[in-house]
Each structure stands twice: as structure tokens, then as C-alpha cells.
Design a protein around this ligand. Structure first.
Ligand code: SF4
Length: 257
């Protein structure tokens, strides 16, 4: 009787997983480089961090997104399609692309400031629960780990993730030109809990003041980038929690100013 050898199995799995990881990293390197400031960045707290991102500054050693995080981002995009399907089954009509195949979004400041929307809800039920619905609405979809998901439940998106709130305010302001009345309709914010697949929905009214601040901020940051000015740090010390999570901390604090 042949002796069974199970030892090859542990070698095979990690080797293939490693091949996949390398393919993901290679694919990431080949992606075209963005030549504009993205609307999804503009609500970040630190002006200087946004500058680093605008210039595609390499992250500090060891702070690049590892392959498993890149996979998680991709899963988030796949989830968007799943949620479109569910919402359409509920009677919502959702647009994601123009007739010519371009993703719906805005372009400002001579195409140096751009953003793409997850979707626009064109029509749907007149009421959801006791809430009367107005259309069109902006649709913004995020995935969240359990801890962040609970923050949405307890605090709402404005307090839990101001960066997403700012993104929605800005998009509502700019999309009104293409979808008249969308600023009155507001945004439908959706989040899925990656641990449990629970769904969180929130209606977010248009915040005109926040939109104006974000638009002004984009002008300010692009002007500083054009002028070669490094904008001030958000924090006074490198051990500030925002800096410990930042991908450019070593580089940022290596400057004297
Ligand atoms: S390290 Fe801190 S101050 Fe510097 S760019 Fe990052 S968040 Fe901003």
C-alpha cells in the first residue's frame, strides 16, 4: 500500500497565495496614475497628507497597502454591484454610467479636481418607512469592519466618517448641474458590515457650507501644489494618532517645517 503524503499540501497553498499576491502588486503598479486631485480625498483632515497623495509620493517603507488590503478594496467594489441589485429589486432606479460608458462624476478646475459617484438614484419608492423620498439622490456605498459599522449606527456618517460626509456634500453640489434637484434629494449613504453582512442606510441632506469649504480647500491645495508650497501639518507632534496612521509620517516629520 502506498504511503500517503500530506506534506505537499501546505506548500502548495501558500505558494499559490504568494503568486496571487505578487500578481495583485504587479497589477497595481501597472494601473494608470491619476493626474488630478480626487474628490474622495478632500475631506481628509491633513492638507499636507492630501498633497503627498496628489503627488503620488511613495509611502514610507513598509506602509504600502499589502495585497490582502487591496483585495478588501476590490471586494468593496464588488459589493457595490450586489447592493445595486438589491436596491433595484426594491424598486429603485440607479444610474452608474453615462450612455457612452463613462462613470458618472464631476470635473472641476480645468479637470484637475475630479470625482466619480457610486451611483445616482433616479427614482424609487415614494416613502421608505415614514420618510418621504425625493429624487434624484446621490448613492454612496462603503464597506466597514464591525467597529466602524457600529460607529455609523451610533453616531451617523457625519460624525463617524467626516471624510465621507464631505465627499457627499461636494458631489451633491457639483452634480446638481447634471442631475437638477439632486441637492434637494440629498444622498443615500449605505454601508455593509464586512463581518456580518448587515446593512446600514442613512439619508444625508445636502450640507452647502461643507461643500463650499471643500471646494475652497481643493483650490487652496492645488494652488499650494502648483507653487511648490508644503502646507502645514495637521498635528504638532509625530505621535498624534493621525500621524501614526499616516503613510507619509517619516517623510513628513523629516522636514523642519
Ligand atoms: S504625518 Fe501627520 S502631519 Fe504629516 S502628512 Fe501625515 S497626517 Fe499630516
Amino acid at each position: 500500500m502506498n504511503k500517503l503524503d500530506f506534506n505537499h499540501r501546505p506548500e502548495f497553498g501558500p505558494a499559490l497565495a504568494d503568486m496571487v499576491d505578487r500578481a495583485i502588486i504587479d497589477g497595481k503598479r501597472k494601473e494608470p496614475v491619476r493626474k488630478y486631485l480626487g474628490g474622495s480625498l478632500i475631506g481628509r483632515e491633513c492638507d499636507r497628507e492630501i498633497q503627498f497623495m496628489f503627488f503620488h509620493t511613495p509611502p514610507d517603507p513598509g506602509k504600502d497597502f499589502p495585497p490582502h488590503i487591496l483585495r478588501t478594496f476590490e471586494l468593496g467594489h464588488e459589493f457595490e454591484k450586489i447592493l445595486f441589485k438589491y436596491l433595484r429589486q426594491c424598486g429603485f432606479e440607479i444610474l452608474t454610467h453615462h450612455g457612452d460608458g463613462r462613470q458618472i462624476g464631476f470635473t472641476q478646475l480645468n479637470a484637475r479636481f475630479k470625482g466619480h459617484c457610486d451611483g445616482i438614484v433616479i427614482s424609487g419608492p415614494e416613502k421608505v418607512g415614514r420618510k418621504s423620498m425625493r429624487y434624484p439622490q446621490l448613492l454612496e456605498i462603503k464597506t466597514a469592519n464591525d467597529s466602524n459599522y457600529k460607529k455609523y449606527e451610533y453616531r451617523g456618517v457625519q460624525k463617524a466618517k467626516p471624510v465621507y460626509y464631505a465627499q457627499m456634500a461636494l458631489y451633491l453640489a457639483y452634480m446638481d448641474e447634471h442631475f437638477p434637484g439632486i441637492s434637494d434629494g440629498g444622498a443615500l449613504f449605505a454601508a455593509v458590515n464586512k463581518n456580518t453582512s448587515e446593512l446600514y442606510f442613512e439619508h444625508v441632506p445636502f450640507d452647502v457650507q461643507n461643500a463650499q469649504e471643500m471646494s475652497d480647500r481643493a483650490v487652496h491645495i492645488l494652488a499650494a501644489c502648483d507653487g511648490g508650497d508644503l502646507l502645514p501639518r495637521v498635528a504638532a507632534k509625530p505621535d498624534d494618532f493621525r500621524c501614526t496612521f499616516c503613510s507619509y509620517s517619516d517623510r513628513c516629520w523629516s522636514f523642519d517645517y
